[in-house]
Design a protein around this ligand. Structure first.
Ligand SMILES: NC(=O)c1ccc[n+]([C@@H]2O[C@H](COP(=O)([O-])OP(=O)(O)OC[C@H]3O[C@@H](n4cnc5c(N)ncnc54)[C@H](O)[C@@H]3O)[C@@H](O)[C@H]2O)c1
Ligand SMILES: CC(C)[C@H](C(=O)O)[C@@H](O)C(=O)O
Ligand SMILES: [Mg+2]
Length: 368
């Protein structure tokens, strides 16, 4: 199969982890006799430096013409004091909006060899396997007005949702629950926010279409606590943009590192931009310390969701699991008696294992 993939490495460790995932994708292409072509484009801080804007037109066009997009991360201290339209993060928000990527799937599942890498107790983390379905193109991130007023003495951000925007993400969550464990937890702040009240109404309506699914509502503050005290009570969590952002970083603690969490940002069809949950990690950028697994697992999600290459995706996931079982890990993961390696070596190990392994059993059923 021929597929054209646009790479958006971005800033900081974004370039390191994207390069790692590209090598893995190239190895998969070779193993399975596919032709993957790659084209790199600027986004974020590097795009501000090279083109004067965080999202050049040329980048958007290339993404629109691609079969799928793989993004690293954007941002860094160099641009922290820029005016808001020249912030690297605007490039990321811009491409999500341009491509209508309203559904962000963030699977969270511990690998057996990483159970003690989490600061949480083993019995809490064990068997946790959840999917955060985060609304990605609405809410506070995109509300207007968003501005300073009264000579900088007051400020306004706006949380707005159309009913139709809530309906499509909630439906997506129920669809995911149907192929998982048939349980949806809708997370909101309905005791305070009007938007959350509408969110609850929509969930109540849509759940009628999925009588097999157990549905519950949970306030976001309690959900934040339960996520790390009893994570096994969750299957699919559906929530608005900002809550989903915060809860997913928190959930990464279950896996031992933020560097383990992949994601898929999808439109109504099979098209997607695949991106690790983490950022550009300026504190470790350029030192070969970045964990490439979140991006490598995001590439596996790309194969499954956008290219319907289930066997190829499983081959990557299985190689990642085996690499961890053998004790290989980057410095962010605390594995007793393991082999600490750099980004490049970790990637090589995964590639070696995917070339030798032919098991096709799904080890990551949550990656739907
Ligand atoms: N998707 C994105 O592009 C994205 C996501 C989050 C943050 N950001 C941006 O990244 C910049 C830095 O933000 P931050 O420091 O708050 O968050 P971050 O996710 O970059 O880093 C948080 C911590 O996790 C560690 N970490 C993250 N990814 C890692 C990996 N793959 N391997 C090993 N360790 C890893 C970092 O070293 C750091 O200690 C900011 O400009 C922020 O806006 C971008
Ligand atoms: C960089 C930032 C805009 C982004 C977000 O908040 O969506 C990031 O934190 C993420 O989780 O993808
Ligand atoms: Mg985030």
């Amino acid at each position: 199969m021929k597929k054209h993939i646009v790479l958006l490495p971005g800033d900081g460790i974004g370039t390191e982890v994207t390069s790692a995932a590209k090598t893995v994708l190239a190895a998969v292409a070779e193993e399975f006799d596919h032709t993957f072509t790659f084209e790199s484009k600027d986004i974020g801080g590097i795009a501000i430096d090279n083109h004067g804007t965080p999202l050049p037109q040329d980048t958007t066009e290339a993404c629109k013409n691609a079969d799928a997009v793989l993004l690293g991360a954007v941002g860094g201290p160099k641009w922290d004091n820029n005016p808001s339209h020249l912030r690297p993060e605007k490039g990321l928000l811009g491409i999500r909006k341009e491509l209508n990527l309203f559904a962000n799937l963030r699977p969270v599942r511990g690998f057996s060899n990483l159970l003690h890498a989490s600061p949480l107790k083993r019995e809490v983390v064990e068997d946790s396997d959840l999917l955060i379905v985060r609304e990605l193109t609405g809410g506070l991130y995109f509300g207007t007005p968003s501005e300073r007023r009264n000579n900088g003495q007051s400020v306004v951000d706006t949380l707005a949702y159309e009913r139709s925007e809530i309906e499509r993400i909630v439906r997506r969550a129920f669809e995911a629950a149907m192929v998982r464990n048939k349980h949806v937890t809708s997370v909101d702040k309905a005791n305070v926010l009007e938007s959350s009240k509408m969110w609850r109404e929509v969930v109540e309506e849509i759940k009628q279409e999925y009588p097999e699914v157990v549905t519950e509502h949970m306030l976001v503050d309690a959900a934040a606590m339960k996520l790390i005290t009893s994570p096994t009570q969750f299957d699919v969590i559906v929530t608005e943009n900002m809550f989903g952002d915060i809860l997913s970083d928190e959930a990464s603690v279950l896996t031992g590192s933020l560097g383990m969490l992949p994601s898929a940002s999808l439109n109504e069809k099979a098209f997607g931009l695949y991106e690790p949950v983490h950022g550009s990690a300026p504190d470790i950028a350029g030192q070969g310390k970045a964990n490439p697994l979140a991006t490598i697992l995001s590439a596996a999600m790309m194969l499954r969701h956008s290219f319907s290459m289930d066997v190829e995706a499983q081959r990557i996931e299985s190689a990642v699991k085996q690499a961890l079982d053998l004790g290989f890990h980057t410095p962010d993961l605390d594995i007793q008696d393991g082999h600490e390696v750099n980004t490049e070596k970790m990637t090589e190990v995964v590639i070696d294992l995917l070339k030798t392994d032919t098991t096709t059993s799904s080890i990551m059923s949550c990656y739907v």
